[in-house]
Design a protein around this ligand. Structure first.
Ligand code: 8Y7
Length: 400
């Protein structure tokens, strides 16, 4: 028996390790490792002429590309394509593509940026005021501090500022790395809150908590005026469920030079759960991230401060939420840390047929899946439990 087996090799580092283990010549490691990492890349709406060139170059490198039938017969002007091959094959084709017309140059540079981003793994650092969150070391936990009277899982519990601050301190003691303070309900169907009312709820708590808590405080708001005051009050991260789409938010984040969570949402909280629709949910969220990152960069936001969040439950069916968790790895090529918030959400309740206060195990399962698929930050109500689950997931990741 030769003990023939399939090896799970996820990235270049794993490949190098695998090759080294054979005891081969050390000089052979960097030569062979790129031949045993395989990637499949999806690109939208590529000029048909470029698609054909890419197919030819990939075939000549030993890989291939799937292009739409109409592109071959030149009956369609553009084609969604899949490009697949080993690292080595992709690099060889890229070298050739960068000298070809019809957009091949831009495609080559997009692909090489994606490959470079993949190599970064989860090695990110966020600068929050004077503090640094070293996301590469372990999964970070964002504890939820809800100041809303009607949140589905802990509504009304922390309405008075003293008990809210106490809960924030308790979450930090339990291992929260960020405390996320929010005052406006974003539950499906919720109506917007006035700026003044939101300020009255949120600012006193941030002011009291930021001075004491020892970890960065994020403000959960999409309103630039509130975010500005929250930053003055001591918050050092902006958690924006509108993904910097509200006027002035990107400029504010740029001016204050703070990290920002760019979350995806289809629609608005009021209407988002009416009839969520996607052709390809992961592909569309990916495009949203790219566009938002580009616009934010143009507004002066530092790329190193951007955190991406697929917005579990925000304009998504249960099926969309599960697909995003399963395909979180599709976002690794963006080269930014990912935050996932699945805690107690209704798609978990639907699978388990349990109310919000009995969704802990389901929430932990989702958190662990997210971490194994590349998430750096988990937003959670149950901080101690989530931190313990993530610690174990981190060990599994490190051992892989
Ligand atoms: C999320 C969030 C909520 C999330 C980010 C809830 C404010 C609903 N969910 N922010 N906020 N990501 N970044 O169940 O998933 O907590 S509110």
């Amino acid at each position: 028996m030769y003990n023939t087996r399939v090896l799970a090799i996820r990235d270049l580092r794993g490949a190098e390790e695998g090759v080294r283990c054979t005891g081969c010549d050390p000089g052979g490691v960097p030569i062979m490792a790129p031949k045993l990492v395989h990637h499949t890349l999806g690109l939208d709406r590529v000029d048909s002429r470029a698609a054909l060139i890419i197919k030819q170059e990939m075939l000549s490198a030993g890989g291939d590309a799937a292009v739409c039938r109409g592109a071959l017969g030149r009956t369609s002007r553009c084609s969604d394509i899949l490009v697949f091959g080993t690292r080595k094959q992709l690099w060889r084709a890229l070298g050739k593509l960068s000298h070809q017309p019809f957009g091949c140059q831009d495609i080559a540079s997009e692909i090489s940026a994606v490959l470079a981003n993949l190599d970064r793994g989860r090695d990110f650092t966020l600068r929050c005021g004077g503090r640094r969150l070293e996301l590469g070391k372990r999964t970070h936990i964002m504890g939820i501090l809800n100041l809303t009277p009607d949140s589905f899982s802990d509504g009304g519990r922390f309405l008075d500022p003293a008990s809210a601050v106490a809960h924030g301190l308790r979450m930090a003691a339990e291992g929260a790395d960020i405390i996320d303070v929010g005052g406006e309900s974003t539950r499906p169907g919720a109506a917007p809150l006035s700026l003044a009312a939101e300020e009255r709820r949120v600012l006193p708590v941030i002011r009291a908590l930021a001075g004491k808590v020892g970890v960065p405080v994020s403000v959960d708001t999409y309103k630039p005026a509130l975010a500005a005051k929250a930053l003055d009050a001591g918050a050092s991260i902006v958690n924006d469920i509108f993904g910097l789409r509200r006027r002035g938010m990107a400029r504010l984040v740029a001016r204050r030079d703070v990290p920002v969570i760019i979350m995806h949402m289809q629609g608005t909280p009021r209407d988002m759960q009416k009839a969520p629709q996607y052709g390809d949910v992961a592909g569309e969220v990916h495009r949203f991230f790219l566009e938002r990152m580009e616009r934010a960069h143009e507004a002066g936001v530092d790329r190193e401060g951007m955190v991406l969040d697929p917005g579990i439950g925000f304009g998504k069916t249960s099926g969309h939420n599960f697909e995003l968790l399963a395909r979180l790895g599709d976002f690794r090529g963006l080269g930014r840390p990912m935050l996932v918030g699945a805690s107690r959400k209704s798609f978990i309740g639907r699978v388990l047929d349990l109310p919000a206060d009995r969704r802990l195990e389901g929430s932990l399962a989702a958190a662990v899946a997210a971490v194994l698929n590349g998430a750096s930050i988990i937003r959670a109500h149950d901080v101690a439990e989530t931190a313990r689950a993530c610690r174990v997931a981190d060990e599994i990741l490190a051992a892989g």
